[in-house]
Design a binder for this molecule. Sequence first.
Ligand SMILES: Nc1ncnc2c1ncn2[C@@H]1O[C@H](COP(=O)(O)OP(=O)(O)OP(=O)(O)O)[C@@H](O)[C@H]1O
Ligand SMILES: O=P(O)(O)OC[C@@]1(O)O[C@H](CO)[C@@H](O)[C@@H]1O
Length: 303
Amino acid sequence: MIYTITLNPSADYLMQLPELKPGETNRAVSSDLVSGGKGINVAEVLTNFKEPVTAMGFLAGFTGSFVKNEVGRKGIHSDFIFTEGLTRINVKIKAGEETEINGQGPVISEGEIALLKQKLSNLTEEDLLVLSGSVPAGVPAEFYKEVVEQVLKSGAKTVLDTSGEPLKKGIEANPFLIKPNKAELSALYDQPVNDLDAAITLGKKAVEDGAENVLLSLGAEGALLINKDECFTAKAPKGKLINSVGAGDSMVAGFLYAYANKVDLKGCFQYSVAAGSATAFSQGFCTKEQADELAVSIAVQSI
Ligand SMILES: Nc1ncnc2c1ncn2[C@@H]1O[C@H](COP(=O)(O)OP(=O)(O)OP(=O)(O)O)[C@@H](O)[C@H]1O
Ligand SMILES: O=P(O)(O)OC[C@@]1(O)O[C@H](CO)[C@@H](O)[C@@H]1O
């Protein structure tokens, strides 16, 4: 079974306008409010793929109730903890290029953190745990590291998709997979990632530092998968970008879907790129048919 944890979920307010003019009153031509947060998005894609998954994490207030209802309406199995405060609203503006403004989210108490850890105490080697997104106030930067350590003892595998200190510390605990994008990898080592060689060098460094597999997403350019034995590269398929919010989460979901269905790592990588791009080319998250259709066209090269 796959479990996802989203410590800081969101209601994502998607707005479209022809042009964004800072300092002026801008009017949207369309808008939509949807459930968000990286782990929840991973669970949504896995549910689209009919792969059993449980979305966990913290929700609060009326926006939290909205997220819980949306998750239920989409048929995603969930087990959230409700806290004080208000789940954040993240604003995603598509006006030619995409601009995102992510809110802060509620403060999580020590008791609530302990409750979440307790819920994870029954994982077994059959399970996969996805730890995704930013760490809200109240949760220490070591949280992901501690959970990866805790879960490793049960034999379950962990996937870590976060940034900054929580990523740096989490890598030390030997997660099965991390999924940084270019900016996140560059920030992790405070070095620019201007070309493929630089991406590979820093990806290998993350492997040396403890990550078993590094799935590095490069947006429209595609992705890299690096571990101690292999380095795979794949170009993203060409298509019309509709919305890239959640493309990275879809990539994680695609990888895990293939992995849970006993596909080898090269095939998991190919399917991850297909799912990421299928979402980038859709309104909302991709279906399995869309990912399947792209997967056959994606060539994976060993370098
Ligand atoms: N414009 C695009 N064209 C084709 N594929 C894309 C495009 N943008 C994203 N993708 C696909 O989605 C994958 C993940 O994209 P990206 O690197 O933007 O992730 P991310 O920064 O984690 O995204 P997000 O945080 O918005 O979910 C890419 O590796 C690629 O397969
Ligand atoms: O602020 P975080 O936790 O890093 O990212 C949150 C978020 O931007 O990630 C998802 C897309 O990946 C969105 O649904 C959500 O708004």
